[in-house]
Design a protein around this ligand. Structure first.
Ligand code: AMP
Length: 495
């Protein structure tokens, strides 16, 4: 059994209906159960005022019901907006405001819930308290809207059409050699688009998704036991997550006998990690994929085998996937094809500068620096702007700056990435202007971490906050984050 996106229904319903579809952190579902629950979810959503093209926020963390809700939203034609509980309430509310939504689906409670604070808004437009106020989006036929870090301090909604998801699954079926009914590790939160590989891979290929919670992922041995028990065939994660598992000797072909594929995306795949994986899993295929959320999970790919490793000390990101184009314009990687987003929600300003048409197809400027070698292999050389990746999570430093400026008595602030020798970000620290030469903070900022946690997910919170008299600026009057990183190192060398 599987879910056919084009027909928008479960198909081949008499084939392996008893096979596992979802192994959740809380309960598991067979394909027949998934189909029945998705239908029921759809009915319940309709009763709460959701309909085709009306966005529906899904909130939770690795519950089987989260997956049911995504399948149900597809059936209904309602674009789903996945929000992991790693996002604090305030961030969820800002996203809800952007969507005009007064209700969301709570996957842990398995019910629709109202946002307590904006009942007033619903009353004003005469909507019953048990219904959403969200109206159909201007873009129709979207599969999901994924919110990523935004430079203005508010996350921005990436609108992905169903045709883009179809292109993703067509590519996965044609080129990834995942076999029939692959069993996927799902570790990334559903608010991170990497996870859409497993969500749509499972649905389209009639596979199984094993939802690994944060708690399980923090217990290396238990995680591997779970993956071995469910005979996971396809590992999907950022390279950082796989790197952490290397600490466990069981993370090997002997420990995970069914594992055949490593599917990576989201950040640079280090050659050293690939070599270690080749040793631990000699028979597995390692696929490095690259691409921003704005182009439906990934756009380029390369199978990293011994020949590629021998030739490239820094790994290429490969070639454009079928039916898409990748080219370099003034040093910047640009993407065209049916998998490019329909645009940022309510951000015509950004759409005007980042989106364009190329050979009659939607195209997107990635903000990544790129190059192409004589064999046509593409390379990514990092960002043009202030976007960084920490452990695979995408972060706009300007969004952290905005949250820091909302602290009491902070006129100016800057988040500063501390980089490893290979350029990857080890952690983020931050500086606030205090008008004082000392780096210690004034007493009224003692609770800065708790205040930031109300607004930002944990991976965006700087590990340290320091004071400075005035933030240094570069020649073009931008905050000089490189100088601040140096100041941080100097201060630590002295102490
Ligand atoms: P996200 O939208 O979270 O998937 O982040 C997309 C960004 O992550 C890209 O624009 C790149 O800067 C970076 N990225 C994603 N995949 C790779 C990769 N395989 N190699 C290098 N950078 C990558």
């Amino acid at each position: 059994m599987r879910f056919d996106l084009a027909e928008n229904r479960f198909v081949e319903t008499d084939v392996a209906a008893d096979a596992w579809a979802v192994i959740g952190a809380d309960r598991s579902l067979r394909w027949s159960e998934l189909a029945a629950e998705a239908d029921a979810w759809c009915e319940s959503a309709r009763a709460h005022g959701f309909a085709a093209d009306v966005p529906v926020i899904l909130r939770g963390h690795k519950e089987a019901s989260f997956f049911v809700a995504m399948a149900g939203a597809l059936l209904l034609g309602a674009p789903f907006v996945p929000l992991d509980t790693i996002y604090p309430d305030e961030r969820m509310r800002r996203i809800a405001d952007e969507l005009g939504a007064t209700m969301y689906y709570d996957a842990s409670a398995e019910r629709f819930a109202a946002f307590r604070t904006n009942g007033e808004a619903a009353a004003k437009v005469g909507v019953p308290p048990e219904s959403t106020t969200a109206t159909p989006l201007r873009e129709t036929g979207l599969a999901y809207v994924l919110f990523t870090s935004g430079t203005t301090g508010t996350p921005k909604g990436v609108q992905i059409g169903r045709e883009s998801v179809q292109a993703l699954v067509d590519w996965m079926s044609a080129d990834f050699a995942l076999g029939t009914a692959p069993v996927f590790l799902n570790q990334a939160p559903f608010s991170f688009d990497l996870s859409m590989y497993e969500v749509f891979g499972t649905l389209a290929l009639g596979g199984t998704i094993v939802l690994a919670s944060r708690t399980l992922c923090s217990q290396g041995a238990a995680l591997l036991d779970t993956l071995a028990t469910h005979q996971v065939t396809t590992w999907v994660s950022t390279p950082s997550f796989a790197q952490q598992q290397l600490l466990n000797p069981q993370f090997s072909e002997q420990g995970l006998k069914s594992l055949r594929t490593f599917l990576f995306c989201g950040e640079v795949l280090p050659a050293a990690l690939s070599r270690q994986l080749r040793q631990r899993f000699p028979a597995a295929r390692i696929i490095n994929t690259y691409g921003p959320t704005e182009a439906t999970v990934a756009t380029t790919w390369i199978v990293v085998d011994d020949a590629v490793l021998a030739e490239h000390p820094r790994l290429p990101i490969g070639r454009a996937k079928r039916d898409s184009q990748v080219f370099i314009d003034d040093g910047e990687l640009c993407i065209a094809g049916p998998h490019v987003m329909r645009g940022y929600l309510n951000r015509d300003d950004l759409n005007a500068t980042r989106m364009f048409t190329h050979d009659g197809r939607r195209a997107f400027r990635t903000g990544d620096l790129g190059s192409v070698d004589a064999q046509g292999l593409l390379f990514c050389h990092g960002r043009i702007d202030d976007q960084v990746k920490v452990g695979g999570y995408r972060i706009e430093l300007l969004e952290i700056d905005a949250a820091l400026r909302a602290l009491p008595g902070v006129p100016a602030a800057a988040a500063v990435p501390l980089r490893r020798p290979d350029g990857s970000v080890a952690r983020i620290v931050a500086f606030v202007e205090t008008g004082d030469d000392a780096t210690h903070l004034p007493a009224h900022l003692h609770d800065w971490k708790a205040r930031l946690a109300a607004r930002l997910p944990s991976y965006m919170i700087p590990s340290e906050l320091l004071g400075c008299r005035v933030l240094p600026v570069s020649v073009n009057f931008k905050i000089d984050r490189t100088q601040l990183a140096q100041d941080y190192r100097d201060a630590h060398l002295k102490s």
